[in-house]
Design a binder for this molecule. Structure first.
Ligand SMILES: Nc1nc2c(ncn2[C@@H]2O[C@H](COP(=O)(O)OP(=O)(O)OP(=O)(O)O)[C@@H](O)[C@H]2O)c(=O)[nH]1
Ligand SMILES: [Mg+2]
Length: 251
């Protein structure tokens, strides 16, 4: 089973080689049929050169670097990479090494099952191991509540924003044309699409490393954009809203 992992990369030039080494080494051992697709989300630092140089020097033929000049957001970067993925399983993972690699081990075991179409980790799973600051907890659980309130999430989903998710290719082919969100609410949009179709999801535990890089999503600007995007996704689904817009349109 070929695995394609998209790694959206923004301001991670300090961590990204570490993540490349970890993912490449791990997948070479457990599932050698794979590709790593780094999407450099804006050429604002040396990430692209650092990655390309390392990949060339070490002959890492299964790693690919894509990218573009301007920063567009995690959602845009993920779609950009997924469109070029060739695996039977297509997923994404954060560019830093905050997530313990064993989360990927759990995810691979689950996605190999015929009936499982997507694997989503949850911080609320009983076996999870995540330590967060109070601030991060408030943001994280607040966002989960907003997602559950406004979106059609699949029933067993208890968490939204974990930075590692795997999907069967058929699922991605079906939902990719409907994805529009450019920034962090892409995770919400994907889960909402899966909820609409009713695909079978396996929820797995989430393991975070203790020494983590600073969070860039848990700030006021990103969180308010996320809430605005979640509202937009929710409104798009609402017939009442759509008919109001249409009426206004017709004058
Ligand atoms: N902040 C940010 N991250 C981006 C962007 N585009 C892609 N990313 C990637 O999105 C992923 C998550 O971003 P992080 O900076 O790790 O955010 P975080 O606050 O740690 O969020 P979580 O890991 O989801 O808790 C990383 O792989 C980033 O490289 C962008 O425009 N802004
Ligand atoms: Mg992170």
């Amino acid at each position: 089973m070929k695995i394609s992992l998209v790694i959206p990369t923004y301001k991670k030039q300090r961590e990204v080689l570490d993540q490349l080494e970890k993912l490449y080494g791990y997948l070479s051992r457990v599932n050698p049929d794979f590709e790593l697709i780094f999407v450099v989300d804006g050429y604002i630092d040396n990430t692209k050169d650092i990655l390309e140089k390392y990949i060339k020097e070490n002959g890492l033929t299964k790693a690919l670097v894509l990218g573009y000049r301007e920063n567009k957001g995690k959602g845009y970067a993920i779609r950009y990479g997924m469109k070029r993925a060739t695996g039977d399983v297509v997923g994404f993972v954060d560019a830093d090494t905050d997530i313990q690699i064993r989360t990927l081990g759990y995810a691979l075991n689950e996605i190999k099952k015929d009936t499982v179409m997507a694997v989503i980790p949850s911080k609320l799973h009983k076996d999870s191991n995540v330590e967060m600051t109070l601030n991060r907890k408030i943001v994280s659980y607040g966002l989960i509540a907003i997602n559950r309130l406004l979106l059609r999430l699949p029933r067993n989903i208890t968490d939204v924003g974990c930075g590692l998710k795997l999907f069967k290719k058929e699922l991605i082919e079906r939902i990719l044309p409907n994805l529009k969100v450019n920034r962090f609410a892409i995770d919400s949009e994907i889960l909402n699409e899966i909820g609409k179709v009713g695909y079978n999801i396996s929820v797995i535990p989430f393991f975070l490393n203790k020494n983590r890089s600073a969070s860039t999503s848990a700030n006021i600007k990103e969180v308010s954009t996320m809430i605005k995007d979640i509202l937009m996704i929710s409104m798009k689904e609402s017939r009442v809203f759509n008919s109001l817009i249409l009426k206004e349109y017709k004058g």
